[in-house]
Ligand binder design. Structure first.
Ligand code: ZN
Ligand code: ZN
Length: 408
């Protein structure tokens, strides 16, 4: 179980390898209210590493649900100025930010998709400045997870002790079962970096994804695109890892050069609702058709958030033998599920996935092909038989994946 010594090791890993907190820095932690021991362990680890102040913001799923059930959409759409200011405060004062994400995946299943969509849209709009800064690595941030009752029950519905089972699974994906988790992460990160370097040298024009469930799509890459892996460098020059666990090597698709159809490989959980068995068809970078066996309305809301949610903002490669993929567990949580399989994201692209992108203006990024939106939503397309071919400007082809795994 994620308790005692294991929990403290976990917290140290997140503070050191995740946000890489420096002496004298402030830290904000967002944490589910039913997991005070996690916030406490993170706080302790942060002070051990010389934090000057740690602040915790508590989230509560059941209060969120009551709000969505009883409050009017118009009232829910009001995002108070103090909330926006408190986020911008983190940027202005160079705080690190840790989000402990452990939402109940089907929390809002009985709430109309439109209501959720409208509120999410208002929130994303109000916090756009902060999310833009975060996505350009203006602060060091890290998203992690811990098991909660309601989430664990969904992952292991027939287990006697679902929280314990989910805890064991998360410990494995976090490499906490290694004698020295911090050095295990350093080795892993190096391996991912080597793949990113190969792809950066190759300068592919587009990637061709194909499998037997009907994915056949050419994803053009941004001009001057840059492949990144786990380790990123923040604006202040200090490296950090934005997601723990992470297995991906990723870059920016070109907003105008995506053609073909993709089929989802895993369900997508977004805003407390589940979308499953969906497909998207693209022409010149834009979604022109879509379908879903489950959650069609939710998908429709997501795609219609703004102009940018009809285009791609990320393409990520993950082999099927990653510890998360090998566990064969469906987590109903993007942090884990996106690391189990190759994925794409609709919405905003990361300026950091363009060479020198942090210093470019919005219009310069757009002219290189980077997509912009108030949202960024990952979904999985990798299957056991997925093939990925990289194609250069002069038509040369290189096999990157066969049967769902790296060939390089
Ligand atoms: Zn990703
Ligand atoms: Zn993403």
């Amino acid at each position: 179980m994620l308790t005692g010594k294991t929990l403290l090791n976990y917290a140290r890993l997140v503070v050191k390898v995740g946000v890489n907190l420096q002496k004298g820095q402030g830290l904000e932690i967002a944490c589910p209210v039913e997991k005070p021991e996690v916030a406490q362990a993170l706080t302790k680890a942060a002070y051990e590493m010389g934090a000057k102040i740690v602040r915790v913001r508590w989230n509560c799923d059941s209060i969120d649900k009551l709000n969505y059930t009883y409050a009017n959409t118009d009232d829910l759409k009001v995002i108070p100025k103090w909330l926006v200011d408190s986020k911008n405060y983190l940027v202005e004062n160079n705080f690190c930010y840790i989000a402990v994400a452990a939402d109940d995946p089907s929390l809002l299943k009985d709430i109309p998709a439109q209501k959720i969509g409208e509120v999410a849209k208002a929130r994303a709009k109000a916090l756009k400045k902060f999310s833009d800064t975060v996505m350009a690595n203006g602060i060091r941030w890290c998203v992690v997870s811990v098991p909660t009752q309601s989430w664990a029950r969904q992952v292991f519905p027939s287990s006697k002790n679902p929280e314990k089972d989910l805890s064991a699974a998360i410990e494995k994906t976090m490499r906490l079962d290694y004698p020295d988790p911090i050095s295990a992460w350093e080795e892993h990160v190096e391996r991912l970096e080597r793949r990113a370097e190969y792809l950066n040298r190759a300068r592919f024009s587009y990637l061709h994804f194909k499998n037997s469930i009907g994915t056949d799509i050419k994803v053009g890459l941004c001009d001057n695109h840059k492949w990144l892996s786990a380790k990123e460098i923040a604006k202040d020059g200090v490296p950090f890892i934005a997601n723990l666990p992470t297995e991906e090597v990723f870059t920016a698709p070109h907003r105008l050069r995506v053609d073909g159809t993709l089929k989802s490989a895993l369900p997508l959980c977004e805003n407390g609702q589940i979308i499953d068995g969906f497909s998207l068809t693209f022409k010149n970078g834009k979604v022109v058709d879509f379908s879903a066996q489950k959650g069609y309305e939710t998908l429709k809301q997501l795609l219609n958030t703004d102009q940018g949610t009809l285009r791609l903002g990320e393409v990520a490669l993950i082999g099927k033998n990653s510890p998360i993929a090998k566990s064969k567990i469906l987590y109903y949580n993007t942090l884990f599920d996106e690391n189990a399989s190759c994925h794409l994201a609709i919405g905003k692209g990361y300026p950091t996935t363009v060479i020198g992108g942090e210093k470019l203006s919005k219009s310069e990024l757009k002219s290189l092909g980077l997509n912009d939106s108030s949202e960024h939503i990952d979904f999985m397309i990798g299957t056991d038989d997925l093939s990925v071919t990289g194609v250069t400007d002069n038509g040369e082809e290189f096999t990157l994946f066969t049967n769902g795994e790296w060939t390089i």
